[in-house]
Write a protein that binds this ligand. Structure first.
Ligand SMILES: [Zn+2]
Length: 416
């Protein structure tokens, strides 16, 4: 067997497996085959029995020097691609203005919309690339990115083309989501049917034609998209062959969570105000709950009841929600630390939230988010011998080295 990568001298491996997600005991090894897939993860002595000649057939043998290894991290909910930051609004927010008051004063999503429309594709790509590079340095190897800051045909296509350009430039896995239903643009404030028509009959076909998005998302909330409007868009998106995601139950429970479950959405996210019925439906449907604790901190929102969801059999992903308004933070490990400190999740469940459960949320559970035979060799060596330490010593980047499909990551790409 030819290996692209052997990592040896590992203290602990957090595999994110459903049961027993930790391999410990020291002197562990991970082997990635020539196709970039994990072939082995376990004790070095067991591996030597299977492959005594491994040193002769390996492109790279990396000594972890007693550090712990995680699967590559997955940020399953971001709005990374936008044209301009909104620190002025942040100052208003610091003085006590609410999300709804800021929106009423002409701020919020529509503020980003104005700036996005005048920006060129190149400007958006350059700004977003800088943020993406920071995120990659935190051990993120898969990231979902939503559009939603243009709200017209040309602008939404421009944002999704910017995501496509980032995909070309960086070796991380990027999952593009169309969020044209993020808010009603000024022009359609009193003509909701007109904007929904534009989404369904012009935006969706164009996006499909250029293959610019895998998922379609809607912001189901008072003052944004009603339950009925949300359903109309999601049903059309499903018929057009897109996967579904949803922003729901952030400020009010309108029934969006139940709708996401009924339509077989990959995830429904936010859920600060989820109901008992919503939790029950998610557990039955397998739709992942995307919980965003960094947003709760940044925007002074209550935390979603994540531990209750897990107790009731719901899969919970934790993501940053990185965006210029309600959460200007792309530091995904913080979501896991807040999982442990604020959401009262175990370390296991906090880390599954940014690995295996996040993979389910973006339709990648067959390839990403776990250290197991046959999965992509996306691995992060943390600068700690303990798998718990990076969650415990929070708001600090503990990444020592990242590998994607068995190749060491540098920001210039993957070294061969
Ligand atoms: Zn969001």
């Amino acid at each position: 067997m030819k290996y692209s990568l052997i990592i040896e001298n590992i203290s602990q491996i957090f595999t994110a497996a459903e049961k027993d997600p930790l391999i410990s005991g020291g002197d562990l090894l991970i082997a990635v085959d020539g196709n970039g897939l994990i072939d082995f993860a376990g004790s070095k002595s067991d591996f030597i029995k299977l492959s005594p000649e491994f040193r002769n057939g390996s492109d790279l043998i990396y000594d972890a020097e007693g550090r712990a290894v995680y699967p590559g991290l997955i940020d399953s909910h971001t709005h990374l691609v936008f044209a301009s930051t909104r620190e002025d609004e942040f100052a208003l927010k610091a003085s006590g203005a609410t999300y709804e008051e800021i929106a009423a004063a002409g701020g919020g999503i529509l503020n980003s919309t104005k700036k996005t429309k005048t920006a060129t594709l190149e400007m958006i790509v350059e700004q977003s690339a800088k943020r993406l590079e920071q995120i990659i340095s935190y051990g993120v190897t898969t990231i979902e990115i939503k559009s939603g800051y243009a709200l017209d045909v040309e602008g939404e296509l421009k944002l999704l083309r910017a995501v496509k350009e980032l995909k070309k430039r960086y070796p991380v896995e990027i999952v593009p989501t169309f969020l044209g239903a993020h808010a009603y643009p000024e022009k359609f404030r009193n003509d909701h049917d007109g904007y929904i028509d534009l989404i369904i009959n012009e935006m969706l076909p164009e996006i499909k034609k250029e293959n610019l998005a895998e998922f379609v998302d809607v912001f189901c909330e008072k003052g944004y998209f009603s339950l009925k409007e949300t359903e109309k868009i999601l049903v059309a998106a499903k018929e057009a062959g897109f996967g579904l995601k949803l922003h729901a139950d952030e400020f009010n429970s309108l029934g969006g969570t139940e709708l996401a479950a009924d339509l077989g959405a990959a995830s429904v996210d936010h859920l600060e105000e989820i109901t008992e019925e919503g939790i029950r439906k998610l557990a039955l449907s397998g739709t992942v709950a995307g919980v965003l604790p960094v947003t709760s901190v940044f925007s002074r929102l209550p935390f979603a009841p994540a531990s209750k969801m897990i107790e009731n059999g719901v899969k919970v992903a934790l993501a940053t929600d990185m965006n210029p308004g309600s959460c200007m933070c792309g530091f995904l490990p913080l979501a896991a630390s807040l999982g442990a400190t604020q959401l009262k999740l175990s370390i296991e469940n906090s880390l599954k939230g940014i690995t295996s459960s996040a993979a389910c949320s973006v339709g990648r559970s067959d390839r990403k988010g776990r250290v197991a035979k046959g999965m992509d060799g996306d691995l992060v060596i943390m600068d700690s011998s303990s798998w718990i330490y990076p969650v415990y010593h929070f708001a600090h980047n503990h990444v020592h080295r990242t590998f994607i499909k068995g190749r060491p990551l540098t920001l210039k790409g993957l070294s061969s």
